[in-house]
Design a binder for this molecule. Structure first.
Ligand SMILES: NC(=O)c1ccc[n+]([C@@H]2O[C@H](COP(=O)([O-])OP(=O)(O)OC[C@H]3O[C@@H](n4cnc5c(N)ncnc54)[C@H](OP(=O)(O)O)[C@@H]3O)[C@@H](O)[C@H]2O)c1
Length: 349
């Protein structure tokens, strides 16, 4: 099912006047949104005024965190989506008109003006990136950097650690497990929502062990996969996986809280980590982190990631959804577990 399609301008998609689609939130849902809470509108794309550029977006990122911006949850490190306004999110595109000397036509740029086919804004909001760095520009939207700073800064990964990653077949988790191994973890364990995804983790991504979190008590599955206990937990989920991880952690273990998929997927409160006596007794560290505090790691990570890709020592999988009109439904399908790897939307097709 698509979001409603609205035409606010005469259709000139093949004519002289450039038009493009944009997605707006039109109602703030209680609980998870429905496609009818979004509107896809065709609008005229203005020429750039001095200092501005026009960017034709090629791909935008879909991230479960967008559900919390839709719900307008308090306490998030970024502004919520406003009803009646175009939403935002990471995107990559090509400059098609420029009225600023810092960017020229044909430049590939990353920015935060997703959920639209064309972005028109001041040049400073766009960051030029290297066209030849990756086989496809969508790779720039991957969450490898999130995984990297979560492991290196929040979890303070050490060689020899046993690492557990939840939502391990997703965008961040698939990177976290592989990067942990590349950075010297002795054993990497992943959880995911189906046996097929668990098999993907061990057979394609090189995890040492993986399990379906629906398969009985999570702490039991974790103990079987890590008989010596775990030292690092990369937490994408919260809830029962966090409680199980605390139970199975070794003394002085470290937990990096990256995401909240348990609450994002049901748009309801999370039961939290439970009794904290285990945290105290084992002197555990639980540290939340957000990528925007660690952007200085980007060049170092980019160089390593490109070299791992060249050597074939890391797998970067993507699910590509075609067309902005399909993005709202795809965001819901994403948190229902329909996809693996990083989910992106191809725009303008
Ligand atoms: N801290 C930061 O700076 C930062 C940056 C980016 C993203 N994040 C957050 O990190 C988390 C992961 O993001 P992502 O883009 O990599 O998402 P993702 O893992 O690709 O997200 C989708 C997956 O969530 C899983 N899922 C849904 N409900 C679940 C539940 N109740 N329990 C366990 N798994 C569940 C599903 O996998 P299964 O099929 O395995 O259930 C689904 O495939 C999100 O919470 C996101 O908001 C944080």
């Amino acid at each position: 099912m698509n979001a409603s399609l609205k035409n606010t301008t005469p259709s000139h998609r093949s004519g002289a006047l450039r038009t493009g689609l944009e997605a707006r939130l039109i109602a703030r849902p209680k609980g998870l949104p429905a496609p009818g809470d979004f509107e896809i509108a065709e609008v005229a794309v203005p020429d750039p005024t001095p200092g501005q550029v026009v960017v034709r977006n090629m791909f935008m990122s879909l991230d479960p965190g967008m559900l919390m911006l839709i719900a307008g949850e308090p306490g998030l490190p970024m502004p919520r989506y406003e009803v009646g306004e175009v939403m935002y999110g990471d995107a990559i595109g090509e400059v098609v008109a420029s009225a600023d000397p810092s960017l020229g036509e044909g430049d590939l740029v990353m920015h935060r003006l997703g959920w639209r086919e064309y972005a028109v804004a001041r040049a400073g909001l766009f960051r030029r990136v290297d066209r030849d760095a990756y086989p496809t520009p969508s790779t720039y939207l991957g969450f490898g950097l999130v995984a990297y700073v979560g492991l290196m800064d929040a979890a303070e990964l050490r060689p020899g650690d046993t690492v557990f990653v939840s939502s391990a077949a997703g965008a961040t988790g698939s990177m976290a497990g592989q990067i942990a191994r590349l950075k010297g973890a002795a054993r990497v364990i992943g959880s995911a929502g189906s046996r097929a995804k668990a098999a993907y983790l061990t057979e394609k991504l090189g995890f040492d062990a993986a399990f379906d979190y629906h398969d009985g008590p999570i702490a039991d599955r974790l103990r079987e996969a890590a008989p010596e206990g775990i030292d690092v937990y990369f937490d994408n989920v919260g809830g029962d996986q966090l409680r199980a991880a605390i139970e199975v952690m070794n003394p002085h273990g470290r937990i990096a809280v990256c995401g909240a998929l348990n609450r994002q997927s049901k748009a309801g409160p999370d039961e939290g980590p439970g009794d904290l006596l285990g945290v105290l007794g084992k002197r555990l560290t639980i540290r939340g982190f957000t990528l925007s505090d660690h952007l200085e790691r980007a060049p170092e990570f980019g160089a390593q990631f490109r070299s791992w890709l060249r050597e074939g020592s890391i797998v970067h999988d993507e699910t590509v959804i075609d067309g902005l009109a399909n993005a709202p439904q795809a965001l819901l399908d994403l948190v229902k577990g329909a996809y693996t790897g990083k989910t992106v939307v191809r725009l303008g097709s």
